[in-house]
Design a protein around this ligand. Structure first.
Ligand code: SF4
Length: 383
């Protein structure tokens, strides 16, 4: 089982952000941690499985004080079987990192940090509305290494308005100069109603051309590979043995429990001759509803029952994100039916169109298939 904890606090809203995040006082943070632990207590019977990975994301979890973080993590450790948790990650925003915070991570067994670096150039960081510059990223990496939290990810964004290919190359070089074990490189998707989206609509900003963005993506794949960071998923690159186990858990349909505002959980409820039955539950996005759910038992959450047909499609959708794809034996083990008998015609068509391949004992997307992933999935959806 995996655990995800959402911390919805940020010092300032980034221009492109559509996540659930907002500024808060220390009192609100304390209240929220109390509610998280209460939710954890209510939901500890979710599964008896040991927790293999945990992830504190946000928002900006590094805005918690060391004491707040200690209260949260010690509380989780008391409630869930976490002795086998080998990967415990936290997201952090450069510019909010302090030595006591990193010392707390080290004491609490949080062994992986994901820093939101995003870009190297100050003018691009400003366009994104980030609160830090590259020197803050560098300093945050140094502090983490000094206190032995040395498994690091850097998040980067390409396709930013005004970003050139040489800007992107400079960003990749700057990130590589810090020797992270993992890099996530995401193409910017301007979400509706964000300040960045509004500026694009008003013509104040312009996105790079799609060919330029594609060139940036190809450059990332080539350059990171040259430095030993292999692409293992559409947006993720790692040194061998440093792939993010938590995310791989999502893509391979491990059960997970999500705590906090807007967090989702996925539980397998039955596995029989018809296949795999799951329930996905999502917490509310509003704080008052979340608190009423936790303390008064009010039903402010959504629950979706996922049928065997839908879980089979999700297996394809999630596993095709990864370069390793899906092994027929794994599909059979999950669903009790062969991938060929479910999708024979579509698989043949995908191979014929050069979008998928069967290689090394697994079905995966070709490079062309990765670019056209959505169209590939539509074919499977209609099968
Ligand atoms: S730090 Fe992350 S979550 Fe917070 S506002 Fe920026 S993009 Fe959103």
């Amino acid at each position: 089982m995996e655990i995800y904890v959402h911390i919805p606090f940020c010092a300032k809203k980034c221009e492109y952000c559509s996540f659930i995040s907002f500024p808060s006082s220390d009192i609100q943070k304390n209240e929220y941690i109390g509610a998280l632990l209460r939710e954890a207590e209510i939901r500890k019977s979710f599964s008896d499985e040991p927790v293999k990975t945990a992830y504190i994301g946000g928002g900006t979890p590094s805005l918690l004080s060391p004491e707040q973080l200690r209260r949260l993590v010690n509380g989780l450790r008391e409630l869930f079987p976490m002795d086998e948790c080998t990967e415990f990650s936290i997201e952090a925003n450069p510019g909010t990192i302090t030595v006591p915070f990193i010392e707390a991570l080290s004491d609490l067994g949080i062994n992986r940090i994901s820093y939101g670096m995003q870009a190297y150039q100050n003018h691009l960081l400003k366009t994104l509305g980030r609160i830090h510059d590259f020197s803050a990223v560098k300093e945050s990496v140094q502090i983490a290494r000094k206190y032995s939290v040395s498994n690091l990810n850097l998040d980067l964004i390409f396709g930013i308005p005004g970003q050139t290919i040489s800007d992107w190359e400079e960003t990749l070089d700057a990130a590589l100069s810090l020797c992270p074990q993992h890099i996530s490189a995401y193409g910017l998707i301007p979400e509706e109603d964000t300040p960045l989206w509004k500026r694009l609509q008003q013509g104040e900003l312009t996105l790079p051309e799609p060919e330029t963005e594609r060139e940036m993506y190809d450059l990332a794949i080539r350059k990171l590979k040259k430095h030993g960071l292999e692409q293992y998923e559409i947006s993720n690159f790692a040194l061998p043995g440093h792939e993010c186990c938590h995310n791989i858990g999502y893509w391979t349909q491990e059960q997970y429990i999500g705590l906090g505002l807007s967090a989702s959980s996925m539980r397998i409820t039955a596995k029989n001759e018809r296949g795999l039955f799951c329930i996905r539950r999502t917490n509310p996005e509003a704080m008052d509803q979340y608190l009423k759910m936790v303390y008064n038992g009010q039903d402010f959450f959504t629950e979706e029952h996922v049928s065997p047909e839908d879980t089979r499609f999700e297996t394809l959708m999630l596993s095709l994100r990864m370069n390793r794809g899906i092994r027929p034996e794994r599909f059979m083990e999950l669903h009790g039916i062969s991938i060929d008998s479910c999708y024979e015609e579509t698989l043949k068509k995908m191979v014929k169109d050069g979008l998928m391949q069967y290689s090394g004992g697994a079905w995966s997307l070709t490079r062309k298939g990765m670019d056209l992933q959505n169209s590939v999935l539509v074919e499977f959806m209609e099968d």
